[in-house]
Design a protein around this ligand. Structure first.
Ligand SMILES: Nc1nc2c(ncn2[C@@H]2O[C@H](COP(=O)(O)OP(=O)(O)OP(=O)(O)O)[C@@H](O)[C@H]2O)c(=O)[nH]1
Length: 647
């Protein structure tokens, strides 16, 4: 009742999860997703920082490389300066030989050539041209044409290939960008790098920006401490022309396709662009840019590095890291899921256990309180459990019962052997037996035994459950009711109804086997007097005692019936001759004739008996009964206390 109410108010959802479990799982899932987002964001930031660091490292490396390279170039120019200054006269043949033996293109990569530009003092142009035509050929001339106060001319430029040959005679001092660097070199006495220009060696194809590094050359032994002295001692400039793309490609062997390199002359502007590894590409606004500055020959170069998508991809380990984090997240969620499932199962198990515990307590109380005997047996029918009702019913100690075979308790076994009972139970059959059981105190009981198999989880019989109900009283009541229905209440003799049944059966038997049977009709003589003189109670006692005496006079197979009042009938189911019936009638008469002592007083009575024999005296019960009755009246009329037969 209690369980039913609980189930009615709170419907159980055994297969669904509890709200707490679902909430926990949702929180775990949300945490995992949030953690993944945070980590992804952090990875993105870190990746950006790493990109910048990588890019900054590359640009610093490039600046270092360029600076070192220019340091080497300066050394080369200083060597040339020292060589030319050491000679009193400018011997161009010796100078050319010196340059040719330098093999500078292998030792000083990126250089377009090395040359010497001679300083031509005002008014010295003709003499210079004459002298140079002897050295360089008749087509030598200083160009571009035009009147200028100060002139210079490239007189030697190695290697003397077709490209460099185009520059011979060129007055670099006539061009402002070169002149600025040439002046600066003289003013400082140090190497000076020019701004952006285009070398005269350029043709119409692959035109590149160019720069030139100048080193002033002074006359041998002349003072050069001041700027004026340096101008006075100036012989010219040893110089290095650079094609910027060729120069930079020498230094950009790594990450060529991953990083865009741009070099600007002093300002970050298109017109100052000296070199662009990816010309024509618009500049990125993504911010993955590193800019460094390098001081080279008195000029500041801006070196700008820009990461390209392939550079980003090579250094991008975010995906691997993110996958790791996602895996950790998945692991977290799976762990949470496992935790929730385990928790739900534990809760369900606890509920089931509690329910089982309650159920067990309930059934245990029922079993212990039950008036009937309840027992359990093993597969061999030996008792393994008995309840208090069982102990009380059989009247034996529990310790003496456990281990005993259940069928030992009853004598008749209910009509079936133990093996038969076990075979029935093994087939899953329940059975009821009515047995006679002897209690420990010797009392006999009629017990109804209900047996049911007890199976394991695989359907195999592992024992039996027995319910024993004491039906002794019920049986006795049934017997009494049956007796009352067929016997006279006062005397216990068979009643009219039952006697009729017995008489009918006697006819059947006699007809079937052809034997004879006899019917005696007995009426007590003057019984009314007993009632009248001694009271009805004594009359009753006399009737009962008379029946007892008549029962003693006949066989157990004979039947004594009371017709009513003081009339009785006796059925002798099988008689050999009529005299057999007469003998029994005489025996009854004699028994009833003896005095009765009732309530302390002697009472005498006699009887009149009529005899009828089948088949001679009648062929059916009515006829036979009439004959016997008639014979009894004959006895009455004949003076009573005798037996007669009407023939
Ligand atoms: N005490 C007692 N008397 C009974 C019972 N049934 C009938 N009687 C009496 O039994 C008597 C039977 O009398 P009858 O058979 O008619 O006459 P009788 O006195 O026996 O005389 P005869 O039969 O002619 O010898 C009656 O007085 C009935 O009242 C009974 O159950 N108990």
């Amino acid at each position: 009742m209690h369980d039913a109410q609980e189930q009615g108010t709170r419907p159980a959802l055994p297969r669904s999860w509890s709200p707490a479990g679902v909430a926990f799982l949702a929180i775990a899932l949300s945490c995992a997703i949030a953690a993944a987002l945070v980590v992804w964001r952090h990875l993105g930031q870190r990746h950006e920082e790493q990109m910048h660091a990588h890019l900054a490292s590359h640009s610093a490396e490039l600046v270092l490389k360029v600076s070192e390279r220019f340091h080497t170039y300066r050394m080369l120019l200083r060597g040339g300066q020292a060589f030319l200054r050491s000679r009193e006269d400018l011997d161009l043949d010796v100078w050319r030989t010196y340059l040719q033996r330098l093999s500078f293109q292998e030792d000083f990569p990126g250089v377009q050539g090395i040359g010497f530009a001679q300083w031509i003092w005002p008014g010295q142009l003709e003499a210079h041209t004459r002298a140079m035509r002897e050295f360089a050929g008749s087509d030598y001339r200083v160009w571009p044409e035009g009147q200028r106060e100060f002139l210079s001319s490239i007189v030697v430029l190695e290697p003397a290939d077709w490209r460099n040959a185009r520059a011979i005679g060129y007055d670099m001092y006539s061009e402002p960008v070169r002149r600025e660097a040439m002046d600066r070199a003289v003013r400082s006495g140090e190497p000076a790098l020019s701004g952006k220009t285009v070398l005269v060696q350029e043709t119409e194809t692959d035109v590149q920006a160019g720069v030139l590094l100048y080193m002033p050359v002074f006359g041998d032994g002349m003072p050069v401490a001041t700027e004026a002295e340096r101008w006075a001692a100036l012989r010219g400039w040893v110089y290095l022309p650079f094609r910027m793309a060729s120069l930079m490609r020498q230094m950009l062997d790594q990450h060529a396709g991953q990083i865009r390199v741009q070099v600007f002359d002093r300002i970050h502007a298109p017109e100052a662009l000296l070199y662009d590894s990816h010309p024509g590409m618009p500049e990125s606004g993504s911010g993955r840019v590193s800019t460094e500055r390098a001081m080279l020959g008195g000029v500041e170069w801006i070196i700008r590095l820009e990461a390209l998508p392939s550079f980003d991809a090579e250094h991008d380990i975010r995906q691997a890291e993110f996958v790791s984090v996602v895996l950790v997240g998945v692991l977290l969620v799976v762990t949470a899921l496992f935790f929730v499932i385990t928790r739900e199962r534990a809760a369900r198990l606890a509920r089931t256990t509690e329910s089982l515990r309650r159920s067990e307590a309930k059934y245990s109380a029922l079993v212990n309180l039950a008036h009937d005997g309840i027992a359990a047996t093993d597969a061999d029918f030996r008792l393994t459990f008995v309840n208090p009702g069982f102990v009380a019913l059989v009247g034996r100690d529990e310790s003496r019962l456990l281990g005993r075979s259940l069928d030992e308790l009853w004598a008749d076994g209910g009509g079936e052997s133990r093996d038969v009972i076990l075979a029935r139970l093994g087939e899953g059959e329940s059975k009821r037996y009515e047995v006679r059981l002897t209690r420990g105190d010797g009392r006999q009981l009629t017990v109804l035994v209900s047996l049911a198999p007890l199976n394991d989880g695989w359907g195999h019989m592992k024992g039996a459950i027995a319910l024993l109900s004491d039906i002794t009283e019920r049986k006795e009541a049934e017997r009494r009711i049956a007796h009352m229905a067929t016997h006279d209440i006062l005397t216990g003799a068979v009643n009219r109804l039952m006697f009729g049944e017995l008489l009918g059966y006697a006819f059947v038997q006699a007809r079937r086997s052809g034997h004879r049977f006899a019917l005696l009709f007995i009426d007590l003589d003057h019984f009314k007097r007993v009632n009248d003189e001694m009271g009805h109670y004594v009359g009753d006692l006399l009737l009962c005692e008379a029946v007892r005496r008549m029962q003693g006079s006949i066989r157990s197979s004979d039947a004594l019936g009371r017709r009513g009042g003081d009339e009785f009938v006796v059925l002798l189911p099988e008689v050999g001759a009529a005299t057999d019936a007469e003998i029994v009638a005489e025996k009854i008469r004699g028994a009833l004739e003896k005095p009765f002592v009732l309530e302390g007083r002697e009472v005498r009575i006699s009887s009149s008996i009529g005899i009828a024999i089948y088949p001679e005296d009648g062929n059916d019960d009515h006829e036979l009964m009439c004959r016997a009755d008639e014979a009894m009246y004959r006895a009455k009329l004949g003076g009573r206390n005798r037996a007669c037969r009407v023939r």
